[in-house]
Design a protein around this ligand. Structure first.
Ligand SMILES: C[S@@+](CC[C@H](N)C(=O)[O-])C[C@H]1O[C@@H](n2cnc3c(N)ncnc32)[C@H](O)[C@@H]1O
Length: 267
């Protein structure tokens, strides 16, 4: 039995970002290199990347924050006053727009990075009557089961290696009825090479492109997301809401009550 658990953990730890059956070429298109956003020795670059990302995300109509808000609203359409947990909120752009668009949503806005959390707490979100800002690790969500109607983790899952990403599935589907993951797409390998080649010349001059290049190599495919959910708990189902083309990968994970395992099982 112990042997079986050990090999399950080893399998998920070494799972390619393209999923268990990723092609030879796809397996070459990944890296363990850290983004500036993941490092503690480059604060200035980290803040530059986060500011650029948030600026891009805020662009009305075309920014990712508006798109994520629409996805969140669709998932909680039948809940009159939804309780929503945002994980990895960065500077809080998504939650800010969500609070604007939904008059009764209660939003807990969190990130693992203390400086981002301090910035959000000191700004408008910190004093918003329907928002709570706090530090939280998406892999260890310290709230009672079922505390939220929806947890959302946007543009962040690829930052985590597979063992930790699986824990987000376990913790997110325990804390909330549904876990919405929005992340960079993983294009088919030949197209991925072309897109990476186009960005490569810019990575030395633009911190955002540097992190974007690494993010693309670390993006999980739908097959990988399914495997992460399964590894986290066999009762977790993962459905996809992604559109055709190069838009974000959008997945909704939840636990089917029929297969629900006792508290504390899974990863
Ligand atoms: C690329 S940023 C995305 C920020 C924001 N969601 C957005 O769309 O603008 C990734 C965020 O994930 C956060 N993050 C990384 N690992 C995390 C973890 N284990 N738990 C919670 N947040 C995490 C980082 O601090 C960072 O703010």
């Amino acid at each position: 039995m112990m042997l079986c658990v050990d090999s399950r953990i080893r399998d998920i730890a070494t799972m390619p970002r393209g999923g268990p059956d990723a092609s030879w070429l796809d397996r070459r298109l990944q890296t363990d290199r850290l983004e500036y956003l993941d490092r503690d020795d480059v604060d200035d670059l980290k803040h530059k990347v986060m500011d650029s990302l948030d600026r891009a995300g805020r662009r009305r109509g075309i920014g990712i924050h508006d798109k994520c808000v629409q996805m969140v609203l669709r998932e909680v359409a039948d809940v009159p006053a939804p309780r929503i947990l945002e994980l990895g909120a960065g500077l809080g752009g998504l939650s800010r727009k969500l609070l604007e668009k939904h008059p009764t949503a209660q939003v807990t806005v969190t990130d693992i990075e203390p400086a981002f959390v301090a910035g959000m707490a000191a700004g408008d979100l910190g004093s918003h009557p329907r928002a709570t800002v706090r530090e939280m690790d998406a892999t260890e969500i310290d709230v009672p089961p079922g505390s939220y109607d929806l947890a959302v983790f946007a543009l962040s899952l690829h930052h985590l290696p597979p063992e930790l990403a699986a824990r987000v599935f376990a913790a997110g589907t325990r804390a909330a009825k549904k876990l919405l993951i929005v992340d960079l797409p993983r294009p088919p390998a030949p197209l991925h090479i072309v897109l990476l080649a186009a960005v490569l010349p810019l990575i030395r001059i633009s911190p955002l492109q540097h992190d974007g290049f690494i993010s693309s190599l670390r993006a999980y495919s739908p097959a990988a997301l399914r495997a992460l959910g399964r590894h986290a708990d066999p009762s977790i189902t993962v459905e996809f809401r992604s559109r055709r083309g190069l838009g974000p990968t959008v997945a909704v994970a939840s636990r089917s009550t029929r297969h629900r395992q006792p508290e504390g099982s899974g990863v």
